[in-house]
Design a protein around this ligand. Structure first.
Ligand SMILES: Cc1ncc(COP(=O)(O)O)c(C=O)c1O
Length: 1015
């Protein structure tokens, strides 16, 4: 080891010129260069770029000089393109000749090429230069990877592995504050960094890439062109190279960590770093400065004669002070993110877990924020009166504004988004610790503005970590922190700010909370830091941060870092992403374009129409991020956007879609699976693309089989949109613009027990209502016709969710068949297990039709339909005319159909429909007891209706009220419909995955909507 107290060799400039000539045959003028231990001279020759002659300190062991020489030789081969000095061999062919001094000491001599350029220390620094520096350094160390020499294993105080030795020099720092800073870093190093160094990658590094040893292109100073002075090279941890380079390069930069991040990212691009290396980088940067300032202090204490020692002391102290004010964990996040790592280990996993599990979270507010009508709070608008009032600590005024707005627009919730830029934070606490002269403005929590006292529940289970009061004005007031450790997810924290102090008396660190347990209440302004009542909810993926260390607002420059450390808590709070981002046209624009471009007959639901942008299970989400519980649409049988259906559809669409003229497995597999759900006899399938197509095909088959087109239908039935089906749909032909009943159509009354004459015994209802069909058959006979078919929905829907009385279809089918007619069942609405007790609703009547049609739910939204009939009817239809339907039965549709059947069976959705349906019926009956206007409640499985009457005796329809209740439900976030000849039946057909919790919400909303409508 070099003896640091051993004086530098004493050789004059003319001595140097002589040595250069004699040993290296270089004739030039020598000028001295700075050097701490060796004597260095620049030699200008006038014929080439010049040379540097190094006369090595006599105390330096030969092996160390040989190491440096070997290193430069290695780089000459492996890093020829890098700007590194080239060795010049002596006249005897030696790279390291020796010379004796006048005093008789032996000195090694080394001559290397002079490199052009300007020291980085004199260059204007930019992030681009830092990045370039990092890349060059990465290349240098990459070239040194694998190089080894016995002299590389050296004992150097400047080796960052030994940085703790600085403790012995602490005493020389005169300022108490500065000594405390250095000591803090040393202690952190000893406790948290040093033990980790042994497991990090080690190799030979330059070890002194300070800004005087880095050369930049003299003209533009935008590129690093060379590295000089390999005198401190050592075998040590690789990351020390980056730390040392950063420590000097970022001195006096406004955003030193940002600058270091640019340097590190450049290095990483050329020589990938590991996350655990970046985890110690911040401390190593600081420790390099600590080594430097403690050495300066100790040397100044002993001698004042070497200005080199103090050269970077003042800026080093300024940087150390700034680093000391930073949170090292946040700074490390910046450095990690710059290299493409998560700002903290696990951040990505936590984000993915949240995204995958958000449907399982308990509601943070009740009802969920997803369902509530909401707006963005104006905290981002510094000129808004609510914001001004908040910033000026006039919470009552801010609250008054919000209360008035909330009431006038029926908006119970305002959201302060993650990532919003806010200029309202003027307090000095919001000055950036990372970037000089800048404030933190990027909001990294999510605010929910609701009335003081609003209860708040844990969305996922957790353990209380801290409960405290932050008393500063415009602070958090009541503050709760919870640690969550859900299975399959790294732990994370949630921070609940501006809470009522009540939580302090109730919660204690260590308390366990289940999902859905009360966390606390939104605090009033006297206890929430002086704000309009709201919750600041923030996540943090760094479980080691204390509540006081979690920043609620960050620097916009580091948005991506905060997104890892403090991810958007919206999903935890139940706020859909659409709340923040409106895509596409406004509702008014779409309405205008529809008027201009589309058939005007298209109707739109609700006076204030809804623009839906996403479906998710039982929910539909509008363009403002409001989720509605869809209790109306029976097409999305398995729920909206069912993953299995999407997967089957995309998989098959990506592979092949053709038509039935080619052979494919799917169509026969599907036909086999579908017919297996039906009673024996219904065994031949054919496919269409809509319910209307299926019904049309079924009519062709029936007419072909019976030779008659004479039809019996039920009053107020609807069977499809083609002219022939409109002719069979009293719901259409008897209403506006309808042409009335056609001659071949006979209408039987709707067999609706609720309206049966009082003197009919209930058990006779089926038979009595069937008499109406007998009458139509008689009328037909009288007209000299015979029946072609009887067509009915197995539960008439547009007629008002009418459940056929017991034995009705048995009676009717017998009569119709006796006269040669076919019995046709339209199960376009009610099939596929919706009734819960059976796959098909006709089964509840104990009959088997001659043909049955299916549509709507068959493809969970994919346009497809089917007719299944008997072998006899099918064979008769095979009369020579081909049945070809371009799209029907294609491989994609059949793949979708199979996926639907799979899910119904696998997830036992029929069973679910029955049990949730029964639960709902029970709830409806309770409502019926409470509300006189509910005349009848009906349903089986998830096909449900509530009949509203103005008088239970006369059963006069309460049409206006039905609309009011349906509108009220929409206002409260639930979609239902009205149906029946008088539009007085509330109609509900939720998807088969409907849960009890969904049912509870529906019941609650119905109750509230009835109460409000009856006021
Ligand atoms: C009972 C019934 N049958 C047939 C149809 C026609 O189906 P689509 O609209 O798919 O043609 C409907 C549509 O509402 C229906 O409710």
């Amino acid at each position: 080891m070099t003896d640091l107290s051993h004086p530098a060799p004493r050789f004059s400039a003319s001595d140097a010129e002589g040595l250069a000539k004699d040993f290296f045959n270089v004739a030039g003028t020598a000028t001295p260069l700075d050097g701490e231990r060796d004597r260095n001279y620049r030699l200008e020759t006038g014929v080439d770029a010049g040379w540097i002659l190094k006369i090595v300190n006599a105390s330096e062991p030969r092996v160390e000089s040989a190491f440096q020489t070997a290193l430069l030789e290695h780089l000459a081969v492996h890093g020829a393109h890098l700007g590194v000095p080239h060795l010049r061999a002596s006249v005897t062919g030696d790279f390291l000749p020796s010379v004796a001094s006048a005093a008789g000491e032996q000195h090694a001599l080394r001559m290397v090429s002079w490199l052009p350029g300007k020291p980085l220390a004199e260059a204007r620094r930019s992030f681009a230069l830092m990045s370039n520096f990092g890349r060059a350094l990465g290349e240098l160390d990459r070239a040194l990877q694998g190089f080894m020499h016995p002299g590389a294993v050296r004992e150097l105080d400047w080796d960052l592995r030994h940085a703790a030795r600085s403790r012995s020099r602490l005493q020389f720092i005169k300022s108490t504050e500065r000594r405390a800073i250095a000591e803090r870093f040393i202690t952190r190093f000893e406790q948290a960094v040093q033990p980790r160094l042994a497991s990090l990658r080690a190799q030979v590094i330059h070890n002194d890439a300070n800004d005087w040893n880095i050369l930049v292109d003299a003209e533009t100073t935008s590129k690093v062109t060379g590295f000089i002075d390999f005198g401190d090279a050592v075998h040590t941890v690789l990351i020390a190279e980056v730390a040392i380079a950063s420590a000097y390069a970022i001195l006096d930069m406004d955003d030193p960590i940002g600058a270091a991040a640019a340097l590190v990212a450049g290095f990483h691009a050329k020589y990938p770093l590991q996350a655990q290396e970046l985890d110690v980088l911040f401390d190593l940067i600081a420790m390099r400065l600590v080594i430097s300032v403690t050495f300066s202090a100790s040397r100044q204490d002993q001698t004042d004669d070497n200005p080199y020692l103090a050269i970077s002391e003042a800026p080093a102290w300024r940087l150390l002070e700034q680093l000391d004010s930073m949170n090292p964990r946040l700074a490390t996040g910046i450095l990690r993110k710059a290299c493409g790592f998560d700002a903290i280990e696990g951040a990505g996993e936590i984000r993915r877990w949240i995204a995958a599990n958000h449907k399982t979270f308990a509601d943070l507010v009740r009802p969920s924020a997803a369902i509530l009508n909401k707006v963005i709070a104006p905290f981002g608008d510094a000129s808004h009166e609510m914001t001004i009032a908040s910033a000026q600590q006039r919470p009552a005024d801010a609250t008054r504004w919000w209360d008035e707005f909330s009431a006038a627009h029926k908006v119970p919730l305002a959201i302060g988004p993650w990532g919003e830029l806010r200029t309202i934070y003027t307090d000095s606490a919001f000055e950036s610790r990372f970037i000089k002269g800048q404030r933190r403005t990027l909001h990294v929590g999510v605010d929910l503005v609701m009335p003081a006292g609003t209860p708040l529940y844990a969305p996922v289970a957790g353990t209380v970590k801290s409960v405290e009061v932050e008393p500063d004005p415009l602070g958090y007031g009541g503050l709760v922190m919870i640690e969550h450790n859900p299975p399959g997810c790294p732990p994370f924290l949630t921070l609940w700010g501006h809470m009522a102090h009540e939580a302090l008396g109730r919660l204690q660190p260590g308390d366990k909370l289940e999902a859905g347990d009360l966390v606390g209440y939104m605090g009033a302004d006297h206890e929430n830091g002086g704000w309009i009542p709201h919750l600041h909810l923030q996540m943090t993926t760094d479980t080691r941060l204390a509540a006081s260390e979690v920043i609620g607002v960050g620097e916009p420059e580091y948005r991506d870092v905060w997104a890892d450390l403090f991810p958007d808590a919206s999903a935890l709070a139940g706020i859909p992403p659409e709340t923040y981002d409106q895509q596409g046209m406004s509702k008014a624009q779409i309405i205008a374009k529809r008027k201009e471009l589309l058939l005007p007959n298209l109707s739109i639901s609700y006076t204030d129409p809804i623009k839906f942008v996403r479906g998710d299970g039982v929910w539909l989400i509008d363009n403002f991020g409001r989720a509605y519980l869809d209790c109306f649409n029976n097409v999305c049988h398995l729920g909206h956007s069912h993953p299995n259906v999407i997967e089957a559809l995309t998989r098959q669409a990506a592979r092949l879609n053709t038509n039935t003229r080619y052979l494919h497995d799917n169509i026969v597999e599907y036909a086999e699976r579908l017919t297996a759900t039906l009673p024996e006899g219904l065994c031949v399938a054919s496919f269409g693309c809509s319910g209307s197509e299926a019904n049309s095909l079924m009519l062709r088959m029936a007419r072909n089989y019976t030779g008659s087109d004479q039809a019996i239908v039920l009053d107020w039935a609807y069977h499809g949109t083609t002219q022939e089906l409109i002719d069979l749909s009293p719901y259409k032909y008897k209403r506006k613009a309808g042409k009335g009943r056609a001659a071949h159509v006979y209408e039987a009354v709707v067999p609706e027990s609720y309206y049966a004459p009082e003197d009919w015994p209930v058990e006779e209802h089926g038979k009595r209502f069937a008499e109406s069909v007998a009458e139509q058959l008689a009328a037909m006979r009288k007209a000299g016709k015979r029946p072609g078919f009887f067509l009915a929905e197995s539960i008439p829907s547009v007629a008002g969710q009418v459940f056929l009385p017991e034995h009705y279809l048995q009676e009717v089918y017998a009569m119709v068949r006796a006269e040669g007619g076919l019995c046709l069942a339209d199960e376009v609405q009610v099939g596929f297990g919706r009734v819960g007790s059976h796959w098909w609703a006709f089964e509840t009547q104990g009959v088997v039709p001659d043909a049955v049609t299916m549509g709507k739910p068959i493809g969970n939204g994919h346009p497809m339909s089917a007719v299944v009939t008997t072998r006899e009817v099918a064979d008769a239809f095979n009369n020579g005319m081909e049945y070809f339907n371009t799209f029907a039965g294609n491989p994609v549709s059949c793949a979708v159909g199979l996926a639907v059947l799979d899910a119904i069976e696998r997830d036992q959705l029929k069973e679910n429909a029955l049990s949730v349906g029964n639960y709902l019926l029970e709830g409806f009956r309770k409502l019926q007891q409470q509300f006189e206007v509910i005349g009848d409640v009906r349903g089986l499985g998830l096909f449900l209706g509530i009949v509203l009457v103005t008088d239970r005796k006369t059963k006069a329809p309460a049409t206006a009220l039905a609309r009011k209740v349906a509108d009220g439900a929409r206002e409260r976030g639930v979609l239902i419909g009205t149906e029946g000849p008088h539009d007085n039946v509330l109609k509900m057909r939720p998807s088969m995955i409907f849960s009890r919790a969904n049912a509870d919400f529906l019941l609650e909303v119905l109750k509230d909507s009835f109460t409000a409508a009856l006021k």
